[in-house]
Design a protein around this ligand. Structure first.
Ligand code: MG
Length: 169
């Protein structure tokens, strides 16, 4: 599967499929109380199958790793070491993942950026590793996977089928 490298890179940085699926489940539970963590994990895998998502992950993770090895040029190295709140490029990069699934992805991403639940909080509070990009990338993948589930909502499907029935008349 084409998502294997992305999963390996995430695992190397301390993030598992289960960690992201748990966030997706928390986001979607209020709207779908029969949803399982396995379905959430499937949605995360589908998001990770997209090449543009994979390229975004590779880029952000590489920058975090280069910063840990002190290989970035000035002033980027210092900005990354301090996780400068005004930097914003980490969120901008992660938005590339979120945009794939429209407005629900965007609002969920904003919510996760503020709430920092689960593994996102752990990454953000880690004091020996640099996760400037990774916390936002994980939030982006979780928000996209959550929006993907929301878009499969049965009610919407029913409205659409009713409309096409009406059009047939
Ligand atoms: Mg960040």
């Amino acid at each position: 599967m084409s998502n294997q490298l992305a999963l390996q890179m995430l695992a190397k940085r301390g993030v598992t499929l289960n960690d992201i699926a748990e966030i997706v489940l928390t986001l979607q539970m209020p709207y779908n109380n029969t949803l399982t963590k396995e379905e959430c994990a499937e949605s995360v895998l589908a998001v990770l199958n997209k090449r543009e998502v994979q390229f975004t992950l590779y880029t952000g993770i590489a920058l975090d790793e280069l910063a840990e090895r002190k290989l970035l040029p000035h002033p980027l190295q210092a900005i990354m070491e301090h996780d400068e709140p005004l930097f914003g490029v980490d969120e901008t990069l992660a938005l590339g993942i979120v945009h794939v699934y429209g407005m629900i992805g965007l609002t969920s991403f904003g919510y996760l950026d503020k709430k920092k639940m689960g593994i996102i909080r752990e990454l953000n509070n880690h004091d020996t590793s640099i996760h400037v990009f990774l916390d936002d990338l994980v939030a982006g993948v979780a928000a996209a996977a959550s929006a993907r589930i929301a878009h499969q909502n049965k009610n919407v499907m029913e409205y659409l089928s009713k409309q096409s029935e009406a059009a047939d008349i």
